[in-house]
Write a protein that binds this ligand. Structure first.
Ligand code: FMN
Length: 206
């Protein structure tokens, strides 16, 4: 782990008011995790923590132009997914919320079963028990009933399942536009007001 501050270090130069945990799993779509980290890195008010599963490391290497080391520098602190004693494993650690981008079916199902045998899963379980926002950018299609039941279970527990589905009325021109729009909308669900300001609302007919 890269030295996470124990408490929010708000100063006049750095008015940190939210601490957010970003999880990256082995679903396709590591680029969503990259977009989320890039958006949060631009927000002075957010302190970003990052945890990546073993499968997530593999998809990052396969899908991103950015090497893992560079991706990790977008976060303020990086935690080893095997470190189930890291700060986000405890409800006493003041975390605003957590986003998993992208979220695999494996991780969704584990959260639905309250399975918490790695740091990402434990932190997600903690978010739910502490009634903190948990947003899962689930990437899988088509869906069988087991997937849908797992989504229902997590939703009943208070989590938000957010499959990154593009909004074409925004007239996205590039892949980056599509990914960023989904990342912004998912982050807005965490209740980060600075993020909401970056979303262009639909104003009726074009
Ligand atoms: C290239 C690649 C793409 C994958 N895409 C998906 C996917 O889109 N959705 C998914 O649920 N799993 C996908 N998987 C499978 C997961 O990586 C696998 O289930 C893994 O165990 C997930 O572990 P994690 O949840 O701990 O990251 C993919 C695997 C690879 C190698």
């Amino acid at each position: 782990m890269t030295s996470p501050p124990p408490s929010l270090s708000a100063t006049s130069e750095s008015p940190v008011c939210h601490r957010v945990l970003v999880g990256i799993t082995g679903a396709s779509g590591a680029i969503y995790g990259q977009a989320v980290l890039e958006i949060l890195a631009d927000l002075q008010s957010v302190e970003t923590h990052l945890v990546i599963t073993a499968a997530g490391r593999r998809t990052i290497a396969h899908e991103l132009d950015m090497p893992l080391r560079r991706l990790e520098t977008l976060a303020d602190a990086v935690h080893d997914v095997r470190d189930i004693g890291a700060p986000p494993a405890s409800g006493s650690f003041p975390l605003h919320g957590m986003i998993v981008a992208p979220c695999s079916v494996h991780t969704l199902a584990a959260i639905a079963c309250c399975q918490a045998d790695n740091l990402l899963l434990r932190a997600a379980d903690v978010c739910l028990k502490e009634r903190r926002p948990l947003v899962l950018m689930l990437r899988e299609t088509p869906l069988h009933l087991g997937h849908i039941r797992a989504m229902a279970a997590v939703t009943e527990m208070g989590g938000i399942v957010f499959p990154p589905v593009p909004a074409f009325y925004d007239r996205p021109r590039t892949l980056a536009d599509i990914v960023r729009a989904s990342a912004l909308r998912a982050l807005r669900l965490l209740g980060l007001t600075d993020v909401a300001a970056g979303i262009r609302p639909w104003c009726g007919r074009p």
